[in-house]
Design a protein around this ligand. Structure first.
Ligand SMILES: Nc1nc2c(ncn2[C@@H]2O[C@H](COP(=O)(O)OP(=O)(O)OP(=O)(O)O)[C@@H](O)[C@H]2O)c(=O)[nH]1
Ligand SMILES: [Mg+2]
Length: 656
């Protein structure tokens, strides 16, 4: 029988201790002989030069260890919000997760964002409250914050002793602990009718093994989240956490003989520039020299396979269901691609998209072509940077989450490609939303219609955050099935043409939050209708006519430009509250009354992403370098005043 595998993500707010915990797990499990540290730049998973220099994780990384009969692939992820895209790509390949929370800082903004995503995807998750050795660490207080701000389905698995000191340790509660048993029964009963019935009957009569089994079952279904405590630095609580990982998370063997299915969640370049794809196999087996279908009509041959085992990745002739492997030879593959016909779809977005952009300027003018190639390579690893070239000024721009990501791109271009670049000012990526309804039609053989098809489209506003929805509202007999085979396929392709068109609205920004409905469709056949005979419509006619009709409809609907806004949480020394409140007022930010917590105060505010950047720049000056700003995307709102256009094009502003 195939070995059981567990692909385990380590997720947390920046600096909570993910990489340190990963290192500690590898060490305790005997996968490494020497314990590296983030501060010395010697960990297994922060292996990039830039990660070691900065002491933060930038890319997700895999390392593995054995836990009894289970082979665990740990995936250490970055916590900085600028690198959330890395987490996004990992989520689709996880069997389980450990959400790390710093015992000192407690639940932080990114913790909430991550937990929401984990819950939405029903990923079984254990919580590890780290840093119990640090002064100021809390236990009850943190559990309280978890149940108030993350989930009520929490189950603390034990108690801490000597918390806040180097000697802090954690003890698992046992069957004899009546308080623990009662709480366990109560938490489980809420989600299990049999337990509930027995609990109501006589709570003390529930056998402990039944409670343990139910806890494992509910955790594996992501219904309840056991909480462990410890320190990744001293190793306290690690044995309990490891027991929890092996008993409470779902390891599986998968079906090595099933149809091939896998998801590519990371791309990197090897030492000689060759492309390496990290794949999580869900079903089937891939062998070297096999040709793989990875969608988009593309195929390629695998030239080498390595899997994660004790020590560096080991070369293998094949990889099967459940495992994570690195594949060589797939030169056209992209992150998010699905291998095999039945792979799971990794293209869903669980987090908000980048809301900023900047033009990348090469130090030397003749470096422009090289810069384009380098950025294209970076985009293979991170498609969300969405490299674009402005056709008139030939400038290259990228989408960004923030300043740290910008610095990392700059350093990567310098270190790996020998390219010195500067960035222009970071500006928001606006979107456009339709204001009203607009309809348009182009009729087959009409004077104004250069293509062989009739297309009628209507665009309607849709709720904020809903994206672009395409609907087909035509007689199925009007669909050119000789071109698209099925009605669904036609609808899918038309949806693609529509989304492609809406990349640039009336002001040059992407149009979102709308429903586009196809209301009319006619194709041309050679032998009719009576008078005007023409050749058969082609797919190109539909592809090229769609933007024409849709832009007319959009012009009638009119659009409003909206800017990204963020919810920001500023933590500052209480002495600086006055100065920061004044700065926020200058930035036009709506502020709730600050909450004073002794020497530190918190101010929550909602402001545009651009102003949050301003605030970030001013903060060190206002707070003597002590202020911390955490911001998370909170949607878009219409800009006040002039409607900004992309590429500085002059477009008349919409009235009324
Ligand atoms: N005292 C103490 N310090 C810790 C513990 N875990 C991590 N640290 C320290 O916290 C800092 C951040 O640790 P990392 O492991 O890099 O945290 P991370 O979550 O991987 O950070 P990012 O990947 O950048 O989000 C480092 O200075 C660690 O030495 C702990 O249990 N106790
Ligand atoms: Mg890290």
């Amino acid at each position: 029988m195939a070995k059981k595998e567990l692909n385990l993500g380590i997720l947390a707010h920046v600096d909570a201790g993910k990489t340190t915990l990963t290192e500690r797990l590898l060490y305790e499990a005997g996968a490494i002989d020497e314990l590296g540290s983030v501060d010395a730049g010697t960990t297994q998973t922060d292996s990039l030069t830039l990660e070691r220099q900065r002491g933060i994780t930038i890319k997700s990384a895999v390392a593995s260890f054995a836990l009894q009969d289970v082979h665990v692939n740990l995936i250490d992820t970055p916590g900085h919000p600028d690198f959330i895209a890395e987490v996004e790509r990992v989520l689709s390949v996880l069997d389980g997760a450990v959400l790390v929370i710093s015992g000192v800082e407690g639940v932080q903004p990114q913790t909430r964002i991550l937990m929401r995503a984990l819950q939405r995807l029903r990923i079984p998750t254990l919580v590890f409250v780290n840093k119990i050795d640090r002064p100021g660490a809390g236990d009850e207080r943190v559990v309280q914050a978890i149940s108030e701000r993350l989930t009520t389905a929490v189950m603390p698995m034990g108690t801490t002793q000597a918390i806040g000191t180097r000697a802090a340790y954690f003890t698992l509660s046992s069957a004899e602990d009546t308080v623990f048993r009662a709480r366990l029964a109560e938490v489980l009963a809420e989600r299990d009718e049999a337990i509930m019935a027995a609990y109501v009957e006589d709570e003390s009569d529930l056998p402990y093994h039944l409670l343990r089994d139910t806890l494992a079952a509910q955790t594996k279904r992501a219904l309840v989240h056991p909480v462990f405590f410890g320190s990744a630095v001293t190793g306290a609580g690690l044995d309990s956490l490891m027991t929890g990982i092996s008993e409470l998370l779902p390891a599986s063997a998968g079906d090595p003989d099933g149809p091939v299915s896998g998801t590519v969640f990371k791309i990197e370049r090897g030492t000689s520039g060759e492309k390496i794809a990290y794949v999580r196999m869900f079903s089937g087996t891939i062998h070297t020299r096999e040709r793989l279908d990875f969608g988009r009509g593309l195929e390629d041959k695998v030239t080498a396979i390595t899997v994660f085992e004790r020590g560096p990745a080991a070369q293998r002739p094949a990889v099967s269901a459940g495992a994570v492997a690195k594949l060589w030879g797939l030169s056209k593959i992209q992150v998010g691609d699905r291998i095999g016909k039945t792979g799971t779809d990794a293209s869903h977005h669980h987090f908000s998209p980048p809301t900023l952009e900047s033009v990348v300027v090469p130090g030397k003018l003749d470096d422009r072509a090289r810069l384009r190639i380098a950025l294209a390579q970076l985009a293979e690893q991170d498609p969300l940077i969405d490299v674009r070239q402005d056709d008139t000024r030939h400038e290259l721009s990228v989408s960004l989450y923030g300043e740290v990501q910008k610095e990392v791109i700059q350093a990567t271009l310098a270190n790996e490609f020998g390219l010195e670049v500067t960035f222009r000012e970071t500006t928001p990526i606006y979107i456009e939303r339709p204001i009203g309804t607009g309809e348009a039609i182009e009729i087959l053989h009409a004077e104004s219609n250069p293509f062989l098809a009739t297309i009628g489209l209507r665009i309607d506003p849709a709720p904020n955050g809903s994206g672009i929805d395409f609907r087909l509202q035509v007689d199925p007999r009007a669909v050119p099935l000789y071109l698209y085979k099925t009605v669904e396929r036609f609808s899918e392709r038309m949806g693609d043409y529509v989304r492609q068109t809406l990349r640039e609205g009336l002001f040059g920004w992407q149009v979102r939050d709308c429903i586009v409905t196809m209301t009319k469709c006619i194709y041309s056949v050679p032998d009719g209708p009576p008078s005007r005979r023409g050749p058969l419509s082609t797919a190109a006619d539909f592809r090229k006519l769609t933007p024409l009709v849709l832009m007319q409809a959009l012009t009638r609907a009119r659009t409003v430009v909206c800017e990204p806004i963020v919810r920001a949480c500023v933590e500052i020394p209480t002495g600086a509250v006055g100065a920061v409140m004044a700065a926020l007022a200058r930035l036009d930010a709506g502020v709730e009354p600050p909450s004073l917590q002794g020497p530190l105060s918190m101010i929550e505010t909602v402001l545009s992403a651009a102003r949050a950047q301003d605030l970030q720049r001013q903060l060190p000056g206002l707070t003597g370098g002590e202020g911390v700003l955490d911001s998370s995307f909170a949607g878009y709102q219409p800009v006040s005043g002039d409607q900004p256009t992309r590429w500085g094009r002059t477009t008349e502003s919409v009235e009324g």
